[in-house]
Write a new protein. Structure first.
Length: 330
């Protein structure tokens, strides 16, 4: 079996490792005949070129590396099948049609749920549990192709985007290796997706990690009530979040390790002029509050660590002690 792998970040490396070990020849030749990945980009203060994790893996394993999918066709790289996981670019039709068995896409959601690029944060924010992984045969529409197989995975109470994503891709490696021989032999019946049930989670930018300060403070300060307005989450199509300790905790976890949840805080300068700065919410947790004579049992959102722009991370207690005048009004 000859495979071309399309992918970029570190968390897809378990898939490459599993394919390499499971299908290498008796002489030790890798089934991965080429990888297509994102080109190196300048990084850091010195703007040194940073190569992708897939690029590094291919270099160590003496596998040809391409930065443009069309080169696979132009250079006539012989392969039976393509496997794609977090590639980060559109696949041209000529490449899609190039493989005898098509291109299999590993998508971390139970399609047609959360098509597009941010299914894992969307699952955490919306409390869609269980989530899972779909392996589909790519067609010419985004995340639309027929389903080859799926598996479910429970979201843990402390899962972040990073921990859940890594677990999903690690498990998908074993599932992919187990089903590939049967797929190649035509023993798997593909299932078309129900487009009427499709939901969508688009690309996340830093602006999408913003929590309105008055909303955050109303929840942290215990002032939230049914009168609080719903909060529209832009990257999840047609979805609004109802502010609560639970929902904000999920949002904060869904933004870790990137882009990291943040808000605005108003501070007073030395000459008493109010200035506004960004405050990253690095970690928070839920705390159960006991019932009292006037209050039913409740759950509180507790901030653990924060980082003011231009400063080092500190505990929430240290931040309040250092900036007692901090104001989270809109």
């Amino acid at each position: 079996m000859k495979i071309i792998f399309f992918g970029t970040p570190e968390y897809v490396i378990p898939i490459l490792d599993s394919l390499h070990k499971a299908f290498k020849s008796t002489s030790g030749e890798s089934p991965i005949v080429a990888v297509v990945t994102q080109s190196p980009k300048p990084s850091g203060r010195k703007q040194q070129l940073e190569y992708s994790a897939v690029d590094t893996w291919a270099h160590k394993n003496h596998v040809p590396i391409f930065f443009d999918a069309k080169e696979i066709v132009l250079k006539n790289i012989k392969a039976d099948i393509g496997v794609l996981a977090s590639f980060g670019a559109i696949i041209p039709d000529a490449v899609l049609k190039y493989f005898q068995y098509g291109i299999l896409v590993i998508h971390p959601s139970l399609l047609p749920q959360f098509r597009w690029s941010s299914p894992v944060p969307a699952a955490i924010i919306t409390n869609t549990n269980p989530t899972g992984v779909s392996i589909i045969k790519m067609d010419n529409k985004f995340d639309h192709g027929p389903i080859v197989t799926q598996f479910k995975e429970e979201i843990k109470e402390d899962d972040t985007y990073g921990t859940l994503r890594d677990r999903l891709f690690a498990k998908s490696a074993d599932v992919l290796v187990g089903m590939l021989p049967a797929y190649i032999k035509g023993k798997i019946n593909l299932k078309m997706q129900d487009d009427s049930k499709a939901t969508f989670a688009g690309e996340i930018g830093k602006k999408d990690a913003f929590i309105p300060p008055e909303l955050l403070w109303s929840v942290v300060g215990g002032q939230w009530s049914e009168k609080n307005n719903e909060w529209k989450i832009p990257f999840i199509k047609n979805y609004s979040l109802v502010p609560s300790a639970y929902s904000l905790d999920r949002f904060i976890r869904a933004m870790q390790p990137w882009p990291i949840a943040w808000t605005n805080v108003h501070l007073s300068s030395k000459n008493k002029v109010q200035i506004t700065k960004k405050l990253k919410i690095l970690k928070a947790h839920l705390k159960d509050l006991p019932a009292t004579g006037y209050r039913l049992p409740a759950t509180e959102l507790v901030l653990d660590f924060v980082q003011l722009e231009g400063k080092n991370p500190v505990s929430w207690k240290q931040f309040l002690e250092g900036y007692p005048e901090a104001n989270f009004s809109s």
